[in-house]
Design a protein. Structure first.
Lengths: 255, 277
């Protein structure tokens, strides 16, 4: 499904930061309906801060973030390393947390909530391990559980922070294929941060680049043709193709 | 059997047993959150803060019109705020702040006791407590406070677990994670301030830590961990009271020691017996 030009979320002159430190300034961009937006930039450039800005977890220093749609529901997939890997909960219990927004205080999940949970487990391919403890799962399975939790919230914008960190090549591909499938089949807008460039450029439709003094968004084909990656990472980066997939290489020199 | 009947027919032991079951049970339940949040020494530091409240109350409480429990509560809440508020300067970690509070509060308590001759006599009680001397009014207070704290935890159970497991995602789902986090700390502070005078710091701190360790050693599901944790302190309380009566030992430390030995037995059973089976 193609991106429409209908903006879901609009950033106007937005600056974000923590305390006295300004991390990102003067951001002007739209997240479009059915977008698949990848955010890349060097370490410490503010990728996660931008995600938190979208989610409303960081107070705006200036500017406005407006939403044109009335029913925006974010499904956040936190970095796996930021959740306690040994917490004594089952996969199903963790996915059920995605429903808590809809449940009144002091109440448990209703039949419809459990149906959503089971459906999300099924989409993420983790139904068979639903009753296993989270701590006993592999890295890839844990990531699927966290994605299932975001799906259980019936999100229409999926926000993923480094979803393929610390996974082997098979795990990386499986997770990216799952995200692609969710985007395509469920028309979910996806915003993803990853430092693994080959993952990003083979899947997303648009790329957002964050550098120390610049922020811009390009369609992924334009971005790879114009070699913006070298500018963003401040080193020679080339994009080639192997078996129809884009590969990213650096010659290692920063001269 | 005759010994058990003899011991538990004593009215003061019945009150002491009820206090240790209620106080130990609620501490064991709250302790699971301490372990899961990896802030076990918050229990020790808050106990010490409450102790400062008690000795301050002993010294000047009557002059300012506040009783011991009220001052213990105020100092606990002060500690709760200190640990709950974010540490803005990255040079100080939360862990070191907890350690600092423990040391400062301990030093303050010792210094105040040194200048209060009457409190000095009660110093040992502050640490090891004397749960068998709990009055019926104390038991009533402990029951009401523990019951209310338990009701709060049952009511917010799913929110408390969520914000302990993954506060950032909870916030994205419009769940006020910071508020629930504060409630967890606050309920902890309330229980500690109520229990510290009757049961002593050792009983409170050990009930917060060891039963939860037992639960986590034996089970992998949260509900069973809570249950095992509470049941373990109940069993230890019964054994502790019997042993302290029979061998004339201080009750709080005997219960704590029984609980600690129970953890060793559980580790042994899990490592050698369950593995071989």
């Amino acid at each position: 499904m193609e991106i429409t030009n209908r903006p879901l979320i609009t950033f106007t002159d937005v600056s974000l930061g923590y305390g006295k430190k300004l991390i990102l300034k003067n951001l002007n961009f739209d997240i479009l309906s059915n977008d698949f937006l990848g955010i890349i930039g060097p370490n410490g450039s503010g990728k996660t801060t931008l995600l938190k800005g979208i989610l409303g977890l960081v107070r705006l220093r200036s500017g406005t973030i407006t939403s044109k749609a009335s029913d925006i529901k974010f499904g956040y997939v936190v970095q796996r390393q930021f959740v306690d890997e040994v917490f004594p909960l089952t996969a199903r219990e963790i996915v059920s947390m995605g429903r808590y927004r809809n449940i009144r205080l002091g109440r448990g999940l209703r039949k419809r909530d459990w149906e959503c949970v089971n459906h999300a487990l099924e989409i993420a391919g983790v139904s068979s391990i639903a009753h296993q403890t989270y701590r006993s799962l592999s890295g890839g399975q844990k990531q699927r559980v966290l994605i299932a939790r975001a799906l259980a919230s019936e999100a229409n914008i999926l926000i993923l922070d480094e979803p393929t960190n610390d996974l082997d090549i098979k795990g990386e591909t499986q997770i990216m294929e799952l995200i692609k499938k969710i985007h395509a089949e469920r028309s979910v807008t996806v915003v993803i941060v990853s430092h693994l460039l080959h993952n990003i450029i083979n899947y997303v439709k648009r790329l957002a680049f964050i550098t120390r003094d610049r922020f811009f968004i390009e369609p992924v084909e334009e971005a790879t043709k114009n070699n913006y990656l070298s500018e963003v990472f401040d080193c020679p980066v080339k994009v080639g193709e192997v078996s129809g997939k884009k590969v990213v290489v650096s010659n290692g020199s920063t001269d | 059997m005759d010994l058990l009947i003899e011991i538990f027919s004593e009215p003061f032991i019945q009150v002491g047993l009820a206090a240790s079951l209620i106080l130990g049970g609620i501490c064991a339940y709250l302790g699971v959150f301490l372990i899961l949040k990896r802030i076990v020494f918050v229990g020790a530091a808050l106990s010490q803060m409450a102790a400062v409240g008690l000795v301050v109350g002993h010294m000047i409480g009557h002059q300012i019109g506040l009783n011991l429990e009220a001052l213990a509560f105020l100092f606990s809440v002060l500690g709760v705020l200190l640990f709950w508020l974010p540490v803005s300067d990255g040079s100080i970690t939360k862990e070191s702040l907890i350690g600092y509070t423990y040391i400062f509060a301990s030093a303050l308590a010792i210094l105040i006791i040194a200048k209060d001759p009457l409190a000095e006599a009660e110093n040992i009680d502050l640490f090891s407590g004397n749960i068998l001397f709990v009055t019926r009014f104390d038991l009533f207070l402990i029951s009401i406070i523990s019951g209310l704290v338990f009701i709060v935890h049952v009511f917010f159970r799913k929110e408390f677990v969520f914000v302990t497991f993954d506060p950032t995602t909870a916030q994205t789902l419009k769940i006020p994670a910071r508020f629930y986090d504060f409630l967890i700390y606050l309920t902890l502070g309330i229980v500690i301030s109520v229990g510290i005078r009757s049961a002593g710091m050792l009983f409170i701190f050990s009930s917060l830590i060891i039963p939860a360790m037992i639960g986590m050693t034996l089970f992998q599901r949260l509900i069973w961990i809570f249950l095992a944790s509470v049941i373990s302190i109940w069993i230890s309380s019964v054994f502790g009271i019997v042993f302290s009566y029979k061998f004339d030992l201080p009750t709080g430390p005997t219960i704590s020691a029984a609980n600690a030995i129970m953890l060793l037995i559980c580790l042994f059973v899990k490592r050698f017996l369950l593995r071989s089976s």
